[in-house]
Design a protein around this ligand. Structure first.
Ligand SMILES: Nc1nc2c(ncn2[C@@H]2O[C@H](COP(=O)(O)OP(=O)(O)OP(=O)(O)O)[C@@H](O)[C@H]2O)c(=O)[nH]1
Length: 555
């Protein structure tokens, strides 16, 4: 696999891996950021909701408390059958009535068990009915007093008016004595309408008591009416809104912590409506309720908002890898490809210097420089080798044309020269002659003085022939004791021929003290029109034999 493909494969792998882990970490990070933002938001929102949503209610509570403290009311409650005290009290309460939001109030007296109600429509007829401890609809009155609850908020239908009201119930006390219950009512529908209006789209607010019974909720059907009188079984609890037991336990525990730290916000995460939500819990001591805000994290700040971040990261990663790839190509792979090409060219005996650009890496430049030095000396060495081979071949060729003993041309060498002479004769009419020189009775030398003497004599004859020819012709040992001489021109042929006949060599060669006498038989032939080498050789041979025969017969 090439570096490029390896690199592409590994970078793709790294890219996928990095993207996967960055997606994971961006998700975790985003979740952390979202949660921390939602926490801050929830804390602020819980305080804001408490103030804004419950402000009218708290106002009514405070007014009710103040109302319960009216001295004239207390005096009447103590003696409920005293008419003058009643008149006095009602004068005061009527004046006070205008301060209540709905300009209405109720008074339920323990002593007389009478229930009084006043609003805009009441015209002096305050008494409504007498409470009965056995009636379920009156149970609230007896429960509040029995439980000694200074304040109780109660959602209950007003049968007479045909509306559901959020009642503020406050005890009238005289020291430790409970004299009755007073308070006012707010129209629940109006109140919930206001609450929904002020509510944030991301959160759902629930008001509950300590046991989790829902007191206020956007959805009226979730509210527990007369919760003080209902047993726990029939109550709609905030915990039932949650998906699992773990979330329920967490919420219950947070109620305990919140109660210990009033007005402090508790944050927990719960599973509700199939999603993970944050719940902020705040205890409101003024009304002994818990305000629970459920915030859907994904709706508040969807994680998809972070996809842009991920895309930016992905694109920059791809971009960085492309740049890295280009740099790798410029620094490593391209110079390597150049080097590879040059090496392949060198294999074909052609040197091509690798072309390196400015960007090529220092190591590669060094490598290329070593390669260049190496290839130059390789080429030089190869050149030297070729020259040597040429020289050796020439030497071998030369040796193959020479006779090793005399170093004169052998048959092969001589034939080459004969062909040249014949060509120049045929082409330029340059005449030449052939002299055949044969030693008479050479065998006797070998026989008498040994083979070494024969060799010695043959060498002597060779050097003698060369000096006689004097570079004006070509001398060869044709075989055994037979020599041939090629010579240009008739005159030169005659001169050599005569020299050889007259030569001193014939008169004695000294070999280890022995005098060897030689006699040559010489045959001449001169080139003629339409001659062939064979004819020329034959004529010279024939002439030599004739002379030899003549010499033998005359001796
Ligand atoms: N020492 C030696 N003898 C050689 C060499 N080549 C051939 N001879 C001998 O040369 C002799 C040639 O003998 P022949 O052909 O009868 O020639 P010759 O004795 O000169 O007789 P004629 O030619 O008839 O005069 C042979 O005895 C060969 O063995 C060689 O290289 N060295």
């Amino acid at each position: 696999m090439t570096i490029k493909s390896r690199f592409l494969l590994s970078t793709t792998f790294i890219l996928v891996l990095t993207c996967f882990f960055s997606w994971l970490s961006i998700r975790v990070l985003a979740e952390d950021i979202v949660v921390s933002w939602v926490e801050r938001y929830a804390e602020k929102q819980a305080r804001y909701d408490k103030v804004r949503t419950l402000l009218p209610l708290i106002q009514e509570i405070n007014l009710s408390k103040e109302f319960a403290e009216l001295e004239s009311l207390k005096a009447w409650a103590k003696q409920p059958n005293n008419d003058s005290l009643k008149q006095q009290a009602l004068l005061d309460t009527e004046t006070f009535r205008m301060r209540f939001a709905e300009k209405s109030y109720f008074i339920a007296l323990k002593g007389s068990e009478r229930y009084y109600y006043s609003d805009e429509a009441t015209s002096g007829n305050f008494y409504r009915y007498t409470l009965e401890s056995t009636k379920e609809s009156d149970a609230w009155f007896y429960q509040i007093m029995e439980q000694n609850l200074d304040l109780h908020l109660n959602v209950n239908p007003d049968v007479e008016l045909g509306v559901i009201k959020l009642w503020t119930d406050v005890l009238i006390r005289q020291g430790d004595d409970v004299l009755g219950v007073v308070g006012t009512g707010l129209d629940l529908s109006d109140f919930l309408h206001q609450m929904v209006e002020k509510q944030d789209i991301y959160s759902a607010i629930v008001f509950t008591n300590y046991e989790g019974s829902i007191q206020l909720h956007q959805k009226e059907e979730l509210i527990n009416y007369s919760s003080i009188t209902k047993n726990a079984k029939g109550k709609k609890l905030v915990f039932q809104l949650l998906d699992d037991e773990e979330s329920k336990t967490r919420l219950k525990q947070s109620f305990e912590r919140a109660k210990d730290n009033p007005n402090q916000t508790e944050m927990i995460s719960v599973d509700k409506d199939g999603t993970r939500q944050l719940a902020s819990i705040i205890y409101i001591p003024e009304i002994d309720w818990f305000q629970v805000n459920f915030i859907d994290i994904n709706r508040f700040l969807p994680l998809s908002e972070f996809s842009g971040l991920f895309i930016v990261f992905f694109v920059s990663l791809v971009f960085a890898l492309i740049i890295f790839y280009i740099l790798l190509s410029l620094i490593v792979t391209r110079p390597l490809a150049e080097l590879d090409l040059s090496i392949r060219q060198l294999g074909k005996n052609h040197y091509r210097a690798p072309k390196l650009r400015y960007f090529a890496g220092t190591e590669i430049k060094r490598l290329v420089s070593h390669y260049q030095t190496m290839s130059t000396s390789l080429l030089e060495y190869q050149h030297e080798l070729e020259e040597k081979v040429k020289e050796r071949t020439a030497e071998l060729n030369r040796l193959s044309t020479l006779d090793p003993l005399t170093e004169l041309y052998n048959r092969r060498g001589f034939e080459i020269h004969m062909k040249e002479y014949l060509q120049s004769w045929q082409k330029d009419h340059e005449p030449f002659g052939l002299i055949n020189v044969d030693v008479n009775e050479f065998k006797l030398i070998n026989d008498r003085l040994g083979h070494a003497a024969g060799d010695f004599v043959l060498q002597k004859i060779a050097s003698h022939l060369l000096s006689v020819v004097d570079k004006k012709g070509v001398v060869a040992r044709w075989g055994g004791d037979e020599f041939l001489i090629l010579v240009r021109g008739k005159q030169e042929q005659d001169r050599i021929s005569k020299r050889l006949h007259d030569d001193k060599l014939l008169h004695g060669i000294d070999f280890n003290g022995d005098q060897i006498f030689l006699q040559f038989s010489i045959g001449n032939a001169f080139i003629q029109e339409n001659d062939t080498l064979e004819l020329l050789l034959n004529r010279a041979d024939k002439a030599m034999y004739e002379e030899k025969f003549h010499a033998k017969t005359s001796s």
